[in-house]
Write a protein that binds this ligand. Structure first.
Ligand code: HEM
Length: 534
């Protein structure tokens, strides 16, 4: 009591003087400010937002034993239980799954810089020489330079235009090949894969690689490597889930990937050496020209002679080339198999696609790239295919460079973040009848062509190629190839399912979601002039 009284008398004394009152107010305000500042500081460090909710899991293995084969469907169901953002402990690694456009926007737009690293797995580290490619290199100056080279030099409008004959020739070869097998069963999945792979190899090192007669063989070997690499990428590897097992290889993933790398190295070393040799010959003869077209390998080698450029070493060149082969082939052919399957399943869609082709291209012509911008309905069909049969269901997993907050929850630095775009593309809150294949939904926005841009629309309900700084680097080429191959196949031929077979849309989950069974169909001649097929 006396102590309290003493305080009261001190207060009364000072409050009698105006000067002293001002001083007291200032001192009190300062004390209050310090107390408030300290309290907010300690609440944000101690009381940081919690981790997202998630299912209970077992000690050590976490939720690993409960994962199903169809992860995209399982995660979408789990979002109904745990909400738009949930966590899973897989082994010792924390995984965060994002399931709504609002939160995808936070990751891909608002905090793009923090989330701009892709998660480097053990297998990816081997095949990319420790992340020296575009896909797995960290968000830094090296990656920016690499991406700039690829997007602004190799895939610049000018260079894409200059290389259009590579694409035309490869697609024509495919059409000729199918024509020679009219009436037989054609594996559309396989021919799309081969066409895309051949286009990519010719854009990367033209038709001038290596010794006479070896080209076809090398291409076939590289295609096999790219298939194998994608298959190994799709395997769940214990070393990725348990940091203590990082140096072990229980499932042989490292061993298998190293084998692919070794083969790839041998082939690419030969191709690059041959090119350097042939360049010095042409220089010697005073001709520094490759038929007017610059393939990607030449662009990269020419950097050495360019002022203000940062040349790449051989390892970096190879890492980049492998990226193009693996990221470009399976994705494009998967999209084509799904689009083909949906077109054949929906006779009305098939009729509209072929009527448009007849109108724009004409039955006396083959499809040219100049026709593509006019094929509005086919464009809508492809966009709808990307929505309903999203090729890369979780994008490439991200790894935040620092701890951050998304949707009111803490996302720790280095966790693995999966963007469940598959669920977003089928969410009934954003799409009418989302399970229906309806290309017309992409035709209603003729006044707002930007709305369905492949770069991710404003509300982030649609982003088949990702968005932000890690947007698919091959997008301009992918857009052309998916249109060109589909338009050529459906303009040159009518297709039907083999006798007695039924339409089948069953899926196989992996890094990409492919058809469980390849698309097989029987072609018949559509154009009257046989010489067009030759
Ligand atoms: C239908 C075809 C394709 C689809 C659906 C597709 C989809 C994607 C997706 C979803 C990503 C990851 C985006 C993210 O993490 O947010 C990506 C990245 C990438 N894609 Fe594609 N892609 C296709 C074709 C291609 C082609 C033809 C190439 C090359 C010729 C290519 C090269 C790349 C590269 C290099 C990256 C990594 C970009 C970076 O990390 O900076 N893609 N793609």
């Amino acid at each position: 009591m006396s102590q309290l009284n003493n305080h009261m008398s001190w207060w009364q004394e000072v409050s009698n003087s105006t000067d002293q009152t001002v001083a007291v107010v200032i001192v009190s305000a300062l004390i209050l400010a310090i107390v408030w500042y300290k309290s907010t500081l300690s609440s944000s460090s101690n009381g940081a937002p919690p981790l997202p909710p998630g299912p209970r899991s077992l000690p050590i293995v976490g939720y690993l034993p409960f994962l199903s084969r169809d992860l995209h469907k399982q995660f979408t169901n789990m979002a109904h239980t745990y909400g738009p953002i949930f966590k899973l402990k897989l082994g010792s690694k924390l995984h965060i799954v994002i399931n709504t456009p609002e939160l995808a926007k936070v990751v891909l737009r608002d905090q793009d810089d923090t989330f701009a690293n892709h998660d480097l797995t053990v297998a990816a580290s081997i095949i990319t020489y420790g992340g020296q490619d575009i896909i797995f290199s960290k968000n830094n100056a090296y990656w920016r330079n690499l991406r700039k080279l690829f997007v602004h030099e190799a895939l610049s409008n000018k260079n894409l235009e200059a290389c259009s004959s590579f694409r035309r020739d490869e697609v024509r070869k495919t059409i000729k090949n199918v024509f020679s097998q009219i009436g037989s069963r054609i594996n559309i999945t396989e021919i799309s894969f081969l066409t895309e792979a051949n286009v990519l190899t010719s854009m990367v090192w033209g038709n001038t690689s290596s010794k006479e007669g070896e080209d076809g063989l090398l291409e076939a070997e590289l295609q096999e490597i790219s298939v194998n690499v994608n298959e190994i990428f799709g395997r769940a590897n214990l070393s990725d889930f348990f940091t203590i097992f990082k140096w072990f290889d229980f499932q042989g993933v490292k061993r298998d990937m190293k084998k692919q790398l070794q083969k790839f190295d041998q082939i690419m070393d030969r191709i690059i050496e041959d090119r350097i040799e042939s360049n010095s010959d042409t220089l010697h003869n005073g001709i520094y020209d490759h038929g007017g077209k610059k393939d990607f390998l030449q662009i990269l080698l020419d950097l050495k002679n360019k002022e203000d450029s940062k040349p790449l070493n051989m390892t970096q060149i190879k890492a980049l080339i492998l990226d193009i082969m693996t990221a470009g082939t399976e994705t494009t052919s998967t999209l084509i198999e799904w689009a083909g399957a949906e077109i054949m399943r929906n006779q009305n869609v098939m009729k509209r696609v072929q009527n448009e082709l007849e109108e724009v291209v004409g039955l006396n012509n083959m499809v040219e790239e100049s026709h593509l911008p006019k094929l509005k309905y086919l464009d809508a069909v492809i966009k709808e295919t990307h929505r309903l049969h999203l090729v890369v269901p979780f994008m490439i997993p991200r790894s935040p460079s620092k701890a951050c907050v998304v949707g009111g929850y803490t996302i720790p630095e280095g966790s693995t973040v999966l963007l469940n775009a598959w669920a977003i593309h089928r969410d009934p809150n954003y799409w009418d009848n989302p399970l229906e294949f309806d290309p017309d939904r992409f035709l209603t926005d003729h006044l707002d062509t930007k709305k369905w841009d492949y770069k991710g629309n404003a509300t982030m309900t649609y982003f088949p190629f990702g968005s932000g700084r890690r947007l698919c680097a091959g997008l301009p080429l992918a857009e052309k190839m998916q249109m060109l191959i589909l338009a050529s196949l459906f303009h040159s031929f009518s297709w039907r399912l083999p006798e007695g077979e039924e339409h089948d849309l069953s899926e196989r989950f992996g890094f990409t979601i492919k058809k469980r069974n390849p698309l097989i169909a029987v072609p018949s001649q559509r154009l009257t002039d046989v010489s067009l097929y030759m």
